[in-house]
Design a protein around this ligand. Structure first.
Ligand SMILES: NC(=O)c1ccc[n+]([C@@H]2O[C@H](COP(=O)([O-])OP(=O)(O)OC[C@H]3O[C@@H](n4cnc5c(N)ncnc54)[C@H](O)[C@@H]3O)[C@@H](O)[C@H]2O)c1
Length: 284
């Protein structure tokens, strides 16, 4: 078992910043890489704000906030990763971007225990094929917001080495996460089960079966869900949900994954849910 003493995070967006926060709060030093300075500045601001919120809620002391921030460094130079024990990639969901990065990481990091991707839809086998050592490539699929959500799906690729799986799993637990193992299939465990349910809720609303409020209240009060399917879809982002449904449909060709026509019309009209102020509900 190899221990993970420092981690490189590729991409300081929404997920990358959250993953960095979880690592640093568990006393693991991290370096966040982005090719441009501006997104790194946004990442720093996002981290300062998130840790500030944890202090104001009494979950972290002011000293712990400072110590956590000191464990996070930012760089536009990928060479700064030399010496890290593992990498978690969380860049834009684009095969060309991820492909170039994994080739570069593979060349740079002879000794890293794992090269992980947070991808939601690109096969881990494909990501592994961009490297010379696919046996150390796997998926670590975090949930948003990362500092709050405890789950990490450990995605075992076609050629991932079982020792790499165990080491990455131990690392995820070291940073306070609960892990589940899944094969490298579109949707992994959570989205494979969640997406058909959300698509059914949208189809129900689209077909006038019930009002949006009644669909949501029924699942909150009848099943004890914290929120109904349409509220949850707005929260995830309708563009993101559409892309995940499309990827699942592409993989399994099963109608329950296919995005309903209404969802497509909403996405192309810019109604992407909470983040755009308009989805199944208005958030103006
Ligand atoms: N948002 C979610 O809820 C969620 C959940 C699980 C997994 N994911 C996955 O996480 C990944 C990132 O998603 P996100 O929501 O954080 O996106 P995001 O747009 O917030 O962040 C992506 C970041 O990647 C950076 N980037 C682009 N090209 C780069 C490069 N060549 N090198 C380094 N950085 C680069 C961008 O500047 C941006 O800061 C995606 O693969 C997505 O599928 C997202």
């Amino acid at each position: 078992m190899r221990s993970i003493n420092a981690v490189g995070i590729v991409g300081g967006g929404f997920m990358g910043s959250g993953i960095a926060e979880s690592c640093a709060r568990a006393e693991v030093p991290v370096i966040i890489y982005e090719p441009e300075a501006a997104p790194l500045e946004r990442s720093r601001a996002r981290l300062e704000e998130s840790l500030g919120r944890a202090v104001s809620r009494g979950r972290l002391s002011a000293e712990e906030r400072e110590a956590t921030l000191e464990r996070i460094s930012f760089s536009t130079d990928l060479d700064r990763f030399s010496g890290v024990d593992g990498v978690i990639e969380a860049v834009t969901e684009d095969v060309t971007v991820k492909g170039k990065l994994f080739q570069a990481l593979d060349r740079l990091l002879d000794d890293a225990v794992f090269l992980a991707s947070n991808t939601s839809s690109i096969p881990i086998a494909q990501i592994g094929s961009w490297t010379q050592r696919p046996e150390r490539v796997l998926g670590l699929h975090f949930f948003s917001p990362v500092p709050v959500m405890s789950l990490v799906e450990i995605v075992v690729g076609y050629r991932t080495d079982p020792d790499v799986v165990s080491d990455a799993e131990a690392f995820a637990r070291q940073i306070g996460k609960f892990t589940v193992r899944t094969k490298d299939r579109s949707g992994f465990i959570v989205n494979f089960l969640l997406v058909p349910y959300l698509m059914s809720g949208i189809r129900m609303f689209q077909d006038g079966f019930a009002s949006r409020e009644d669909i949501d209240e029924a699942m909150v009060r009848g099943c004890g869900h914290p929120m109904g399917p349409l509220t949850l879809a707005d929260f995830i982002g309708l563009d993101v949900l559409y892309a995940i449904g499309d990827a699942l449909f592409e993989e399994f060709k099963a109608p329950e994954y296919a995005p309903p026509p209404l969802l497509k019309r909403m996405v192309v009209s810019g109604a992407h849910g909470r983040k755009t102020g308009k989805g199944f509900y208005d958030y103006a």
